[in-house]
Design a protein around this ligand. Sequence first.
Ligand code: MSP
Length: 524
Amino acid sequence: MKDTFYITTPIYYPSRKFTLGNCYTTVICDAVARFNKMEGRDVFFLTGTDEHGQKISASAKAVGKTEMEYLNEMIDDAKKLWAMLGIEYDKFIRTTDDYHEKAVQKIFKELYEKGYIYKGAYKGLYCIPCESFWTESQLVDGKCPDCGREVIAQEEEAYFFKLSAFTDKLLKLYKENPEFLEPQTRVNEMVNNFLKPGLSDVCVSRTSVKWGVKVDFDPTHTIYVWIDALFNYMTALGFKSDDDSLYKKFWPADVHIIGKEIVRFHAIIWPALLMALDLPLPKRIFGHGWMLFGGDKLSKSKQTGLKECIDPRILVPRYSADAVRYILLREIPFGSDGNYTTEIFLSRFNSDLVNNYGNLVSRTLSMLKKYNSSIIPARFEEEEADKNLIFTIDKEIENVKKHMKNFDVSKSLASIFNIFSSANKYIEATEPFRLAKDEGKKERLQTVLRNLLESIKVGSLLLYPFLPDCASKVLEAFNINPRKEGFKSLNTNDLPVGNTMGEVSMLFPRLDIEKELKELSELT
Ligand code: MSP
């Protein structure tokens, strides 16, 4: 039986204003999911939307819609965006899905019956018109951050989760499982900021929030959105439903990939809830850094002028899904923050996609056509340059596999592009155009062309999970279907001699950077 691999994105707050930053987690997960499929695993990739809470109600009301009308439009929009970016999830969960709400109610009740949830009183600063509680630090000039009106100190009956009982258990978990939370800096943050000072119990229900999952045994309460949201990772697999076969097959998750600002919920509250229920914990949690725009996270773009330049709905049709995926996956050192500018995007487009990959493919295929009628040649006697190239390719195959075990998409892409640049250098060193002029060098020319084809094949197979459209186009010319064959041909010696290579149309057009910058700025 195949190994299974279960990977999740966080469920997104529905919004129309997704920027490149919002796409980051999902694009990484898609690349990791595809890579694992290529390695032959039985993969389940989950994404979805987080649809409860006061804010949703307020946003729906503001545009004169019911919550569901408002949400349905947002979700359609999010799904279109994911399709546009080539995201191939196996399931899209909405926390308003009936099966999810029912399962969350059962889970809440079980936690209550086990004594981990108890009734108490929630004290906070309340804005009456907005029906929202705020903490001191959330206020703006001492007033409600949403409407700017006065807030009053108020108390309401609420349920609490005994998070305080889990401080030592979580410390032990981190110590015994260094892979549970990565990178290590996130562990340090959790330990120093939350675990060492000791955890407090958390409020897990509200009577003032109406748009949420009701506590079934006390229906004036709705369940805290984060409890509702976190369990999506299990309910999506049918946990607590009539058919939990997917749950049995895929849980525990192999990895939750999330942004660093939500690590506390995933690495403290989530495992504590699971421990309280005696359920297996996810194997790994990876807290990635942010894509910054002029030093700002800007997730739901506030800055004017920059907005269109980081709107995937503008960038994808203009530059292709692959180009946008490339910049997201390549530019941010994994685990850290990375700065995005339009200049970086455009210059990487030209240097990496056009000059390095695109050029290698077009040069090689046109030489093959001209000198060998597009027929895949055999390899004859090997020279030093050939051995070096093959050595680099074999080494980079191993490097990419190793980096992908750590979800390091950026280093993986660096390794893949090193294959292409090594092959380009190999062309300069072996000069096939000169060999072609010399009748006595026929076998040498064939060997060089073959090595170039093997480099392109291996590089494109490795690239497929990251940039599926252009890699598929190239692999098609080799008659390779990556979806069916996975990494079967990930070696430097299996191209069938005598087969004819197909053609590849231009992968990426060279950009006039000045012109692009001007046109993009005119859009704003
Ligand atoms: N709804 C919660 C998650 C609940 S999971 C049980 C949430 N949603 S979100 O829409 O605000 O964020 C979704 C993902 O987008 C997060 O992983 C977040 O880190 C990521 N990003 C949003 N802006 C980002 C950048 N500028 N850079 C990188 N990722 C960022 O949080």
